[in-house]
Design a protein around this ligand. Structure first.
Ligand SMILES: [Zn+2]
Length: 339
């Protein structure tokens, strides 16, 4: 009996070790690949994040670098497939999870972003205090968060937040966010700009969005395609609780993409699809809004809304398990709860 239970414990430990090592393996080996979208346009993947690139006779135009490790991988892939370098990099917006690692292409490429991108990347005033949540972590009370004091995102993104690399996070660094590996654009544009290379062109179009002030959509006229990031996803639910958004603005943002001339829709998340998928994404948000508003008018609580709203027509979309979060976010956007 004793032997058997010891053996059982050893087996559990072995299984636990296997689980840990396969998790570590998954973290070490991100899912990467390149697919052909159409014409000279390709989409490249890093786990749930995607970017695009356009190949021309005089060089390659790439969009978001995503992160340094991915950018180095992509650069190697491009060097092995094509005999022209990356000449232009077009940022969709400044957020760390799409825009990090652009320095990898800085040796050969012009980096282009919206005119509000440099301000979004700017260091904050050095006397910015620690926010309430961060101040609670400051066990030694020195006004900075050392690695040993950090938890959650502050711990996971420590190096990306630590802009001066001194091993401690100030209020200014935390307020700026994990942007230390986002290389600033060498050129900015306002409104819209068409870049041309090797007889091909890409249109950068600024889109008003509460997700980020510097949001750009890329349009590829020859491929009849657009590339958008974070504001719409194809056949995937909107991200969780609609952080930072309000519903009318969100719908207007999507409508301004629908107003562009294209038939192929390429997302920075989710699938590759068509203009109809962009419309479907807006329709999902409008139907969710109407269902949540109707339930709220009937006096339903958030929990009752989450139990009664099923959005069955969209159950084959990716991340459908975000529905309860989507309902909570819509409830907030419609003024429910403490808001
Ligand atoms: Zn973003």
């Amino acid at each position: 009996m004793k032997t058997k239970s010891l053996r059982g414990i050893l087996r559990l430990l072995a299984l636990a070790g296997l689980a840990v090592s396969s998790l570590a393996l998954a973290q070490q080996a991100p899912e990467r690949g390149i697919v052909h979208v159409g014409g000279d346009l390709y989409r490249a993947q890093n786990n749930a994040h995607f970017t695009v690139f356009l190949v021309t006779s005089e060089g390659i135009i790439v969009s978001d670098p995503i992160n340094r490790d991915f950018a180095e991988w992509l650069k190697g892939e491009l060097e092995s497939r094509y005999d022209v370098p990356v000449r232009i990099l077009l940022y969709s917006h400044h957020h760390w999870d799409h825009a990090s690692g652009g320095e990898v292409f800085d040796d050969t490429a012009e980096l282009v972003g919206h005119e509000t991108m440099p301000a979004a990347l700017a260091l904050r005033s050095p006397d910015t205090p620690l926010s309430g949540a961060a101040a609670d972590l400051d066990a030694n009370g020195n006004g900075r968060i050392e690695q040993a004091e950090a938890n959650g995102n502050l711990a996971g993104q420590f190096a990306l937040i630590d802009a001066d690399g001194d091993g401690a996070l100030t209020g200014a660094e935390i307020a700026r966010g994990p942007l230390s590996d986002v290389h600033p654009p060498s050129t900015v544009y306002s409104g819209s700009r068409t870049v041309t290379l090797g007889g091909k062109s890409v249109e950068l179009i600024h889109i008003a969005s509460d997700h980020s002030p510097d949001m750009s959509v890329l349009r590829f006229p020859d491929e009849d395609a657009v590339f958008f990031v974070d504001i719409i996803s194809v056949k995937r639910l909107p991200f969780q609780t609609f952080p930072g958004l309000e519903v009318d603005g969100l719908i207007e943002t999507i409508q301004s993409v629908e107003a562009l001339d294209f038939s192929v829709a390429v997302g920075g998340h989710g699938d590759i699809g068509t203009k109809q998928d962009v419309t479907d994404h807006r329709r999902y948000i409008e139907e969710l809004r109407d269902a949540v508003a109707a339930g709220m008018a009937d006096g339903q609580s958030l929990e009752e809304l989450q139990a009664s709203i099923t959005m069955d027509a969209y159950s084959d979309w990716a991340s459908f398990n975000w529905l309860a979060d989507n309902i909570a976010g819509m409830y907030r956007m419609l003024g429910g709860g403490n808001n």
